[in-house]
Design a protein around this ligand. Sequence first.
Ligand SMILES: C[S@@+](CC[C@H](N)C(=O)[O-])C[C@H]1O[C@@H](n2cnc3c(N)ncnc32)[C@H](O)[C@@H]1O
Length: 271
Amino acid sequence: MQSSFNMDSAHLINAISFKTLDEYVQRFGNTPEEDFRNLTSNRLGSILAVADANSPCCMKFAHYLPVYTQLLAPMMNKRIRMLEIGVQHGGSYRLWRNFFGEDMLQWTGIDIKQECLSMNKRFQPENALVYCGSQSDIDFLDFVSLKRGKFDIIIDDGSHKSSDIIASFQTLAKYLKSDGLYIVEDLHACYWDGFDTSCKDSTAVSFFQNLVHSLNIQAANNARAFSSNSTPKEWSPPCGIKRIDFHQSMVVCYIGIPDPLIEWKAGSAIL
Ligand SMILES: C[S@@+](CC[C@H](N)C(=O)[O-])C[C@H]1O[C@@H](n2cnc3c(N)ncnc32)[C@H](O)[C@@H]1O
């Protein structure tokens, strides 16, 4: 039995909390290499796979790739405006640019680090533009969004601190188009020290769990509701949301007005 994985590929660094290969295979039924191949055999995986030493570094959890490939497929061959929180080395911009095509994507990056602004020397602002500031600074987010929105997609891959994730969502969601997507990555940080997670009820995961109630807000505010006047304010989204999908480490909010509660009574025979 091996004492640790022998994986020389940087791609696999996060396959990790298992000390032995046997433990991993027992849990998942495949080797990490097999899982990696399965999870990355999609269009985004093929873009990452051809990254070379000159490509900007990008680190994505492999299990995001099939989710993103499916989510973004309907947006292909359309002009897309994307806002991404967390630029780092510009690797994710390379990924999205290759996925949508440079001329079809207007990408805006936000990062707290000044050095990310160096990307602005390499790209035309109509294609890619980085702004330096914090994702918790509401005035900054409004400023950027008024210049570059409305967006089709917002991705939060920034600090992964719950208070920042929530502040960004509360400010930015309204700058999405109807049918736009608000995606938060790396929610596993909600379970880790150092990410502003001292109280488990105030994590970003809890926030989005509560937001699920907004899908049923018509019922909650309806005369039949058990607490008609006391809908908690955390059930109210900053804009209409018609669907919320939870994935491993990731949440996807679909922007739009929830359908009216219309009950269709068809036929008249009763038992
Ligand atoms: C995980 S990296 C982004 C990776 C990039 N999206 C990719 O896939 O290649 C996180 C980035 O968020 C930035 N960041 C951290 N705290 C931030 C904050 N409060 N506001 C904006 N950006 C922040 C960091 O400087 C870092 O570059």
